[in-house]
Write a protein that binds this ligand. Structure first.
Ligand SMILES: [Zn+2]
Length: 200
């Protein structure tokens, strides 16, 4: 390589580097992408804020619905105890937790599940948990789990019928959400059947 050839090469390469530099920063396409990537970022960020605000609002509404159902079913069952609501994702269905030491009762509700049930279905579910307390089920460890579940379902159904004047299809509801609990469903059907026989 001659000296001038080296110089020309150096000139070309620095020239092309300048061109490349300019292309990256000043090309209309690059400017467009950069400007819009800022807008995309802002839109994404604002969407996250909106979703967070909406889920918080949804959480507050779910909590309110659960608390209202508890108030109604506590009165119907004549249970004068404090029930704390715990909304938690992925717990599925509704659960009763009792802290015997502190004497606190918790109703744990799946926050996605609560949106899938109607107000009457929620009353039935909450009535079931309140009925466990009303029927002192915790003091009966020898009683079969399926029997206690059926009794709580039946009691909730009865409270809705007698105190709230609601004809709720408890069997269909339990069958829909807990089809695997055959023994419970069978006992619940029998309890409702004999109730109807006795009252008609
Ligand atoms: Zn139960």
């Amino acid at each position: 390589m001659t000296n001038s050839a080296v110089n020309t090469f150096a000139e070309i390469s620095s020239y092309s580097r300048i061109i490349n530099f300019n292309l990256c920063h000043k090309h209309p396409a690059a400017m467009f992408t950069r400007r819009f990537s800022v807008i995309y970022f802002l839109v994404a960020f604002l969407s996250i804020l909106a979703i967070a605000a909406l889920s918080e609002e949804k959480g507050v509404q779910s909590q309110k619905r659960a608390e209202e159902a508890i108030a109604v079913m506590k009165e119907a069952a004549n249970v004068d105890k404090n029930f704390n609501v715990v909304l938690a994702p992925t717990v599925r269905y509704v659960h009763l937790l009792i802290d015997a030491e502190l004497g606190e009762i918790y109703i744990v509700v799946d926050c996605d599940f609560i949106d899938k049930v109607s107000d009457d279905e929620l009353l039935f579910l909450i009535g079931h948990e309140v009925s466990h307390i009303a029927l002192s089920h915790l003091a009966k460890p020898d009683k079969a789990f399926a029997t206690k579940e059926a009794e709580a379902d039946f009691n909730s159904w009865k409270l809705m019928k007698e105190k709230l004047g609601k004809d709720f299809d408890a069997v269909a509801f339990v069958k829909k959400w807990l089809p695997q609990e055959q023994a419970r469903i069978g006992e619940l059907e029998a309890l409702i059947e004999s109730y109807i026989k006795d009252t008609t």
